[in-house]
Ligand binder design. Structure first.
Ligand code: WAQ
Ligand code: MG
Length: 632
């Protein structure tokens, strides 16, 4: 016959009860149900516990060991935690929980709770008539013969585990005939967490029911039913042996040691609620299918191009699904080097290097180029990854007015001389669609010996006669650092820097985002490489996408909507965050996917619809979208 462990234990289970007192006054008590083999160790642990209690030193310790009756196994009540800051809040929570479970006369019950302070046992109270049913009202009714079913296999600890012991007691009590609820607060001055419990409420912990240091504590068992049958209930509480299964581990929430502090996750929940209440909540959702997509940055429609997909598949087939290590270890594979060579050639620089994302390229480049004591000059509308790179660098940050080159000059003057200075700007501003005044930017940086960096995330493949970006557009020379992404017009993913060999070698040695990340996917590298080849073969793509964007602006104007763009991005200013979200939803209902852009991506009150036009967009769709926007 196969025997379960607990059945095995049931053969020789003992109840061990400890009770410590001083001059007849109770100090502490505890009970475990264990197999005979555990008795010597448990007696020692119980003694230690008796000797060490916040209420004082005992002069009498009674350890009683007796055979336990056949145990009844019960599954632990479900545990929930209600984090509150003050006893007032705590009792309000208790009231609400009891009311939700159908109790009436709750205030009267809670007033009677004070009468249990100092009792050894619990008050047994008729939940409806409020009659006290304990045979000895001074002592109360004590539940005994119960333990966590797993306790026999656990290490015993001299420290009281208020939580686990209370879950065991509450589970037994909730299953006693006629018992409909329980209220409890520890009399331990340092333990301010209490609970209310019932089969329906479960075990609901309330993290603050008294001030720390207060020795008040007690218990009420709420009874409903015939008073003749109270004897059965008391017998169950006192004599029935109960082992509780699946006692959940103590929840990690604000603990008694830190009163009045919010549980960390509770604090997050509150902030999240505030974000959502302000109309700024965001959620991740799967891309809806079957809509006209004016939301992504796939300006040339290459993400879905068979040539890119084939290149990625082939590279993955040859080199694997992952690159296995960082670039400086063994992660550098032929597709990485081929892509870097191709990028440098495409942009007309000596060298290039890639990161797994554009965000990483910006953060990893800016934080490597400047440091403490240096100065970085950043356009106020620069992308978040530039902002984060500046912050991470610990350099002094000088934010100049959007595209205001006079202000850039003023900020350079303000910063004075530094070991190193860097000016950084988006080439195409991602939420406004306008472009950097590159000639003046380069002139100012050159004249002042300031390193220049531009982010061509939205410029590559879109700007310039052949899609090579803003330098081609202006014919104005190169900044020191030409950063960009492979994830927008190039249809793949990743970020890059094109620059002189020295700059790239410096970054290979200093960019932590480069050094300490696994090399990015060889498939993505090969796909981006294929996209560059397509751009070289089809120089007409970039002018085409800009032309479509201009036509869309004209279509909007025909509907009486003012908008402008110099790139593929057409923002339509709305202002109010909620209104922008509503408009986006209405457009979606009409089959157009257009994102509402809100704070913190743009300033508060500057919410907008952001239409990104693709070279693949049909003329009719552009007109239909303009009409739909006018309607919404
Ligand atoms: N049966 C009936 N009443 C009892 C029993 C018992 N076995 N043990 C204690 N009481 C009564 C007595 O009046 C005490 O003053 C009062 O309950 C409180 O008992 O999830 O430690 O043992 O973190 O001090 C709640 C844990 C801990 C909350 C409760 O109660 C959590 C606790 P204590
Ligand atoms: Mg106690």
């Amino acid at each position: 016959m196969k025997v379960t462990p607990s059945r095995q234990l049931a053969e020789n289970l003992f109840s061990v009860k400890m009770r410590a007192s001083q001059e007849g006054a109770h100090i502490s008590g505890a009970e475990r149900i264990v197999p005979a083999s555990a008795l010597p160790q448990l007696a020692a642990v119980m003694t230690t516990r008796a000797l060490d209690h916040a209420k004082g030193k005992p002069d009498f310790i009674n350890i009683k060991i007796e055979a336990a009756p056949e145990p009844l196994h019960l599954k632990a009540l479900a545990v929930s935690t209600h984090t509150v800051k003050t006893p007032d809040e705590g009792w309000a929570t208790a009231r609400a929980l009891l009311a939700a479970d159908g109790f009436t006369r709750i205030d009267e019950i809670l007033a009677l709770f004070r009468e249990t302070y100092g009792m050894r046992g619990a008050m047994l109270l008729d939940a409806d008539t409020l009659e006290r049913l304990e045979p000895d009202p001074a002592r109360g009714v004590r539940a005994t013969f119960m333990d966590d079913a797993a306790s026999a296999s656990r290490r015993f600890s001299a420290e009281k585990n208020h939580y686990a012991e209370a879950v065991v007691l509450a589970t037994k009590v909730a299953h006693a005939p006629g018992i409909v609820g329980e209220i409890c607060l520890s009399d331990d001055p340092d333990y301010v967490t209490g609970y209310v419990a019932s089969k329906r409420i479960g075990y609901a912990r309330i993290t603050c029911l008294k001030e720390k240091g207060d020795p008040a504590g007690g218990r009420i068992f709420l009874y409903r039913g015939s008073h003749e049958k109270v004897g059965e209930t008391i017998d169950f509480l006192q004599r029935r042996c109960v082992l509780v299964d699946e006692v959940p581990p103590k929840p990690l929430t604000a603990c008694a040691a830190v009163p009045n502090s919010l549980a960390p996750t509770e604090d997050l929940a509150r902030e999240l609620e505030a974000i959502c209440a302000a109309g700024l909540g965001r959620r991740v959702r799967e891309r809806p299918l079957g809509l006209k997509n004016f939301a992504d940055n796939d300006y040339l429609g290459l993400a879905d191009d068979p040539r890119l997909k084939a290149a990625a598949q082939e590279a993955i087939e040859r080199y694997g699904a992952g690159s296995g290590a960082a670039r400086l270890i063994t992660g550098t594979l032929p597709p990485h080097l081929a892509l870097e060579r191709h990028l440098a050639q495409f942009k007309g620089t000596e060298d290039a290097l890639v990161w797994a994302t554009g965000y990483m390229a910006n953060v990893g480049t800016i934080s490597a180029l400047v440091g403490k004591g240096d100065a970085v000059f950043s356009d106020e509308l620069n992308h978040a990854s530039i902002v984060d790179g500046c912050r991470l660098s610990k350099a002094d940050i000088f934010i100049y007015r959007h595209n205001d080159m006079d202000d850039l000059v003023a900020k350079i003057a303000e910063a004075g001389s530094r070991r190193r200075r860097l000016a950084v700007s988006d080439a195409v501003f991602s939420m406004d669609g306008d472009i950097l005044d590159l000639p003046r930017f380069l002139e100012i940086c050159g004249a002042n010996g300031v390193l220049s960096m531009i982010d061509e995330a939205h410029a590559t493949g879109v700007m310039g006669a052949t899609g090579r970006g803003l330098c081609e557009h202006f014919g104005a020379g190169h900044p020191d650092i030409l950063m960009g992404t492979l994830s927008k017009a190039l249809g793949s993913e990743g970020g890059y820097v094109c620059a002189a060999r020295t700059v790239c070698d410096y970054l290979r040695n200093k960019s932590r985002a480069f050094i300490f990340s696994t090399a990015y996917n060889p498939g993505s590298a090969a796909a981006a490489d294929a996209a560059l080849t397509i751009l070289e073969k089809h120089p007409e793509l970039a002018p085409c996408v800009r032309d479509k964007a201009r036509r869309f602006v004209a279509a909007l104007a025909a509907q009486g909507i003012a908008a402008r763009t110099e790139s593929a991005i057409v923002p339509i200013l709305v202002g109010d965050e909620r209104r922008a979200v509503e408009m986006a939803a209405k457009l979606e209902a009409r089959g157009f996917l257009v994102p509402a852009i809100r704070y913190p991506t743009v300033a508060k009150g500057a919410a907008r619809l952001r239409v990104s036009v693709s070279a693949r967009a049909a003329e009719d769709d552009l007109c239909a979208l303009a009409a739909a926007i006018a309607d919404c």
